[in-house]
Design a binder for this molecule. Structure first.
Ligand SMILES: O=C(O)CCC(=O)C(=O)O
Ligand SMILES: [Fe+2]
Length: 205
């Protein structure tokens, strides 16, 4: 089980406060990375959907990864979810974000797989507040995460690295995954806020 020091939460929170996003290498311990990789191999990954009403063919133009939701049914998943719960508490204490829920899925990008530029949440239409992505392996090349600002200017090009965490405000930063040149493994997740959405459909995956 990874244990995160108070200093790490402080570092994470202050960078996030300044920029709305933060990259933290070595967020996951090598032991947790290994356990999650083993766990991922047990999962039935499926082609990811985008929204709920689009058809599969259309989705394939937008994203090609395969995903499986974490449900806490293994100790690796429980450890991961517990870590994210700590993150939730740390952020709620500092920012009063009212985060109440976290959902996440494993994602596997194989050679040529990508995810076109998108936002994870649309203002007023989703309760996704914070996006997290942690990486479970370090591909030699390809599969970079590219982050843009609100004016669509390039902010950062991040090569995925095992154990790293990227955290960003879901509504603010368009981003894309460039084509993978070899297997790329990650966990993408979203903290949600309970802002009354009666009758509205969450546009998430
Ligand atoms: O894997 C990544 O780096 C980002 C994935 C992503 O943008 C998503 O699943 O919404
Ligand atoms: Fe995304």
């Amino acid at each position: 089980m990874s244990s995160i020091t108070v200093a790490t939460w402080e570092q994470l929170a202050s960078a996030f406060y300044q920029h709305g996003w933060v990259w933290l290498p070595h967020f996951l311990s090598p032991a947790l990375i290994a356990a999650l990789c083993d766990d991922l191999q047990q999962q039935q990954l499926r082609s990811a959907g985008v929204g709920r009403q689009q058809d599969h063919l259309q989705n394939q133009q937008i994203r090609r990864d395969q995903t499986a939701w974490l449900d806490g049914s293994s100790s690796a998943q429980q450890d991961y979810l517990q870590l994210m719960q700590q993150l939730q508490q740390a952020f709620n204490q500092r920012f009063f974000l009212g985060l109440f829920d976290y959902e996440c899925h494993y994602a596997r990008y194989q050679q040529g797989d990508f995810y076109q530029k998108h936002l994870d949440a649309f203002r007023g239409r989703s309760n996704r507040v914070l996006t997290t992505v942690t990486y479970l392996n370090t591909p030699e090349s390809g599969g970079e995460l590219v982050l843009y600002d609100e004016q669509d200017q390039l902010l950062q090009r991040l090569p995925p690295a095992a154990g790293g965490l990227i955290l960003f405000e879901s509504e603010r930063f368009p981003h894309e995954v460039l084509p993978a040149t070899s297997e790329r493994l990650s966990i993408a997740g979203w903290f949600r806020r309970n802002n009354s959405l009666q009758g509205m459909v969450d546009p998430g995956t």
